[in-house]
Design a protein around this ligand. Structure first.
Ligand SMILES: O=C(O)c1cc(=O)[nH]c(=O)n1[C@@H]1O[C@H](COP(=O)(O)O)[C@@H](O)[C@H]1O
Length: 268
């Protein structure tokens, strides 16, 4: 088994900084890069991003939907991209946002097994079916040194209509569940997703014991100042940016420079 994901993430953040870059090959972005909206365009896009960033950023986060929409050839592109990114030293967080009853969740969690054709380091998951539904993924992650990021307080404007219901809120119950999974581990492998777009932090992350993935930067309006305001220090925050870095392509040097600008702004 590889080292626990929490430990590998902590080491990667120490060596490379906390920035995660999302690989989101939207059709308009492919067009802007002068690429066709096809598996070939997808492959050239993915190769350029991996080439530019896998040797320097801590985490790359491909969004599965953009590959699935090209069918089996799209998934083949993703397999190559993920293998290339991991070989270059980046951790790969597959943004799949999966969640289902336990027996099906077990199959989704197979992405964390080293012998999966699309083996990754960590997975985003949805808790909508209840905390117990995610237990097979927790078990697989523990067995194979993988990580999970559970949607808790997402970056989209109306997320609170579901996530803030109840006392404690649904989001807080998600955070409390994940805290329980991390209990007793030195660098927890289980994280939550909390958007950088929140006007205030309305969940208590105290003692979470694992990382926070913070999307919503750049294109969705969140800034490094928002991250500092929301999270302060003491929480391992992994800020993730997609469009605001990817728009700099297709030039590899320009992509690197865009990621470096974000890394520098986050370090201030
Ligand atoms: O889990 C995620 O990554 C995620 C959670 C969330 O609350 N909000 C959110 O935008 N995301 C993802 O983060 C990426 C955001 O992309 P940009 O807005 O272009 O930086 C997309 O792939 C979203 O699917």
């Amino acid at each position: 088994m590889s080292q626990p994901f929490g430990q590998r993430l902590a080491e990667a953040v120490t060596a490379r900084g906390p920035l995660c870059v999302g690989i989101d090959p939207h059709a308009p972005l492919l067009e802007k890069w002068g690429l066709p909206d096809s598996p070939d365009g997808l492959a050239r896009f993915t190769d350029a991003v991996v080439d530019a960033l896998a040797g320097s950023v801590a985490v790359l986060k491909p969004q599965l939907a953009f590959y699935e929409r090209h069918g089996s050839r799209g998934l083949a592109v993703l397999e190559d991209g993920v293998a290339g990114a991991r070989a270059a030293g980046a951790l790969v967080l597959l943004d799949a946002k999966r969640g289902d009853i336990g027996s099906t969740m077990d199959a989704y969690a197979d992405y964390l097994r080293p012998d999966h054709p699309l083996a990754v380091d960590a997975l985003t998951v949805s808790p909508y079916l209840g905390p117990g539904s995610l237990q097979p993924a927790v078990d697989t992650a523990r067995a194979h040194g993988g990580g999970l990021f559970v949607l808790a307080r997402t970056s989209n404007p109306d997320a609170g209509t579901l996530q803030l219901v109840g006392e404690p809120s649904v989001a807080q119950r998600v955070v409390d569940t994940v805290r329980g999974w991390n209990a007793g581990t030195p660098a927890g492998s289980f994280g939550v997703v909390v958007g950088a777009t929140l006007s205030e932090l309305d969940v208590d992350l105290t003692g979470l014991g694992g990382p926070v993935l913070a999307p919503g930067l750049g294109a969705q309006g969140g800034s490094p100042e928002d991250l500092r305001r929301l999270f302060g220090t003491g929480t391992l925050v992994v800020p993730t940016v997609s469009r605001d870095v990817l728009a700099a392509g297709p030039d590899v040097a320009a992509l690197r420079a865009a990621a470096q600008r974000w890394a520098a702004a986050l370090a201030r």
